[in-house]
Design a protein around this ligand. Structure first.
Ligand SMILES: C[S@@+](CC[C@H](N)C(=O)[O-])C[C@H]1O[C@@H](n2cnc3c(N)ncnc32)[C@H](O)[C@@H]1O
Ligand SMILES: [Zn+2]
Length: 324
């Protein structure tokens, strides 16, 4: 398979992750660094800047099994769309801008980002990029790459906007990950992240009790267990929610979102997916408001807002225009 015109037309945005200096040129099914000669394979339409999924294997597995479960276009509700615009406070039209999305998973937010008509570069460390490519790869304004946010194939300080939702807590060193993302933002550009909150009520949960065991289990085995247990526990969880409200949802070791009002089938699929997403990742490092605020300040960002949001802590900031 040769490299698509879409990738060719976006090569000017990319930089070699090996020497971090050269641009990339298309050659057969590779991208070649014009400086150091490193070749990056393009596999199933996606340039690959990492040799494998590294510590994010469980995510590659889950997002390929549940490639479509959480897409707004499948749920028939603007769940990801609302979360994205409420979190970012961005306008719906971002034409002329370049957005970097770090840790796309199967592309529930990518699907929304491309509607802004901005040019979107979407990366994930894992084979989730294959699911995202199947879901969103047809969009002319999207480039999907498999890469780590710790060594992204974009030039430092080149992106108008960087967004990273639901990812930083799953990296080995969240502060280092934040700093790598901040480094991609151009002067005057914006960074928006969210990260799990280190709050007593989050920490006192089945998740942190069971994770020492579950994170060491083989993905397929753990998934099989969750796929069998969730349909049994799900009606009990619904009952507990009816009589005890939000507190009732904490009593069982599964995730369940009654407030989303999904169809029963979809609701169960979300429960299986997010229960696996809770127990399987190699890393889960929740943060405090003060810590996230420190990250933005250390990176020299202005207009910083750090607050509790729909999925833990939301942080927004702008790199001041001109030299910092
Ligand atoms: C919980 S999922 C969230 C996916 C998507 N943002 C969403 O909310 O649906 C976390 C994602 O981060 C990716 N990830 C973890 N470490 C990463 C890294 N260093 N660079 C890029 N992606 C990473 C995982 O592979 C996974 O797909
Ligand atoms: Zn190079």
């Amino acid at each position: 398979m040769t490299i698509s015109d879409r990738i060719r037309s976006r090569l000017g945005l990319l930089v070699c992750t090996s020497c971090r200096n050269g641009g990339l040129a298309a050659r057969d099914e590779h991208l070649l660094c014009t400086n150091c000669g490193t070749a990056f394979q393009v596999v199933r339409g996606v340039p690959r800047f990492v040799p494998d999924d590294s510590y994010a294997q469980s995510f590659g597995f889950q997002w390929n099994v549940h490639a479509r479960t959480q897409l707004d276009s499948v749920c028939g509700k603007p769940i990801s769309r609302n979360r994205l615009f409420e979190t970012t406070k961005w306008p719906a039209d971002l034409s002329g801008q370049t957005i970097l999305e770090a840790g796309s998973g199967a592309g529930r937010f990518t699907e929304v980002l491309v509607t802004t008509t901005a040019t979107v570069i979407s990366c994930d460390l894992s084979s989730a990029v294959d699911a995202n490519y199947r879901n969103n790869g047809d969009n002319a304004n999207l480039l999907i790459v498999q890469a780590s946010l710790l060594n992204l194939p974009v030039r430092p300080r080149s992106m108008d906007k960087v967004i990273c939702l639901g990812v930083i807590q799953h990296t080995p060193d969240p502060a280092e990950s934040f700093s790598a993302l901040a480094n991609c933002v151009r002067p005057g550009g914006e960074l928006v992240i969210d990260v799990y909150a280190a709050r007593l009520r989050s920490l006192l949960s089945w998740k942190y009790l069971l994770r020492p065991i579950t994170k060491r289990m083989k993905g397929e085995k753990l998934y099989g267990l969750i796929e069998r247990a969730t349909p049994v526990l799900f009606p009990i969880s619904e009952f507990l929610y009816r009589i005890l409200g939000q507190f009732g949802l904490r009593l069982l070791p599964i995730v369940h979102y009654p407030k989303l009002n999904l169809s029963p089938g979809l609701s169960l699929r979300w429960a299986v997916l997010d229960t696996f997403d809770m127990y399987s990742p190699a890393h889960d490092h929740p943060q405090t408001l003060a810590e996230v605020k420190r990250w933005f300040d250390k990176a020299g960002f202005a207009d910083v807002a750090v607050e509790y949001g729909p999925n833990g802590i939301v942080g927004r900031g702008r790199r001041p225009a001109g030299p910092v």
